[in-house]
Design a binder for this molecule. Structure first.
Ligand SMILES: O=C(O)c1ccccc1NCC(=O)[C@H](O)[C@H](O)COP(=O)(O)O
Length: 265
């Protein structure tokens, strides 16, 4: 079994005890709520140069331990100081050391500091209950990993996100996945440079696929970005934003890399 299949099976198992039907009304309660600050896509679209989604990532299956982080607030503070355009919070516990509590901590911290940086609930979404949890915790976006889901599951998650007023990051890694994603009329597509089944990471995936994404869809390049030069490669391919975990987690001051990416032209 490859790693992504293993993670998806674990996610479904973990989810089983809290699975229940989620009504449209429950989701719409969040969609109808007035919100302060820009939405997730909006924040990336208005960023100078390359927008930055800064990820809170303690560990990963490919990198192992990345950072000791007793409290997600500490990293959220660094990312707000760095002027990141959005924050991604990994909420999977077993493989990434995150939790839904981290997401609550980060969104509360942002609100307490009168900031409006939007957050992504980064998890292996399979059921609308996870979308509801994301909205309750104050996220503005969810992730849909196209290769991990059947079409009807994607449609159900995407409808739930729409009702809850959340943006969706459709993640792809190959041309056939891009073709599938386009059927759901996405406003944002992320090309993951990491093959989640085998862990090979190569920015060439963004260079090949981002030019094939229609220009009216915001293109994000995800994974394996460590330097402004890496940013330049994907910017030249047409990316409007990058999603960075490991490189920013390992820096005392993530602001230097964020500024360099904002300055690209
Ligand atoms: O990062 C992994 O090892 C991984 C393994 C299996 C499924 C997902 C995985 N990562 C999720 C991500 O997409 C990355 O955390 C994100 O793009 C940031 O990547 P990086 O900047 O390389 O930390």
């Amino acid at each position: 079994m490859d790693k992504l299949t293993e993670i998806m099976a674990h996610t479904r198992e973990q989810l089983a005890p809290r699975l229940r039907p989620v009504s449209e009304a429950e989701l719409a309660r969040f969609g109808e709520r007035p919100r302060t600050g820009p939405g997730f896509i909006e924040s990336l679209a208005k960023a100078p140069g390359l927008g930055v989604i800064a990820e809170i990532k303690r560990r990963s299956p490919s990198a192992g331990q990345i950072a000791e982080l007793p409290d997600a607030e500490e990293q959220a503070r660094k990312y707000l100081n760095a002027e990141a355009d959005a924050i991604s919070v990994l909420t999977d516990e077993k493989y990434f050391g995150g939790s839904l509590k981290d997401l609550w901590t980060v969104t509360d911290f942002i609100g307490d500091h009168r900031r409006s940086t939007p957050c992504l609930r980064k998890d292996f979404m399979v059921h609308p209950i996870q979308v509801l949890e994301a909205a309750e915790a104050g996220a503005r976006c969810i992730l849909i990993i196209v290769r991990a889901l059947k079409d009807d599951e994607i449609a159900r998650l995407s409808d739930a996100a729409g009702l809850a007023g959340l943006d969706t990051l459709y993640e792809i890694h190959t041309a056939p996945e891009l073709e599938r994603a386009l059927r759901f009329e996405p406003e944002m597509i992320g090309v993951n440079n990491r093959d989640l089944a085998r862990f090979r990471t190569d920015l060439a995936f963004s260079e090949e696929l981002i030019p094939q994404i229609p220009r009216d869809i915001l293109a994000v390049s995800e994974s394996g970005i460590f330097t402004p030069e890496d940013g330049m490669r994907v910017f030249e391919a047409g990316a409007k934003a990058v999603l960075i975990g490991e490189a920013l987690m390992k820096q005392e001051d993530p602001g230097q890399l964020v500024s360099a990416l904002h300055e690209l032209e």
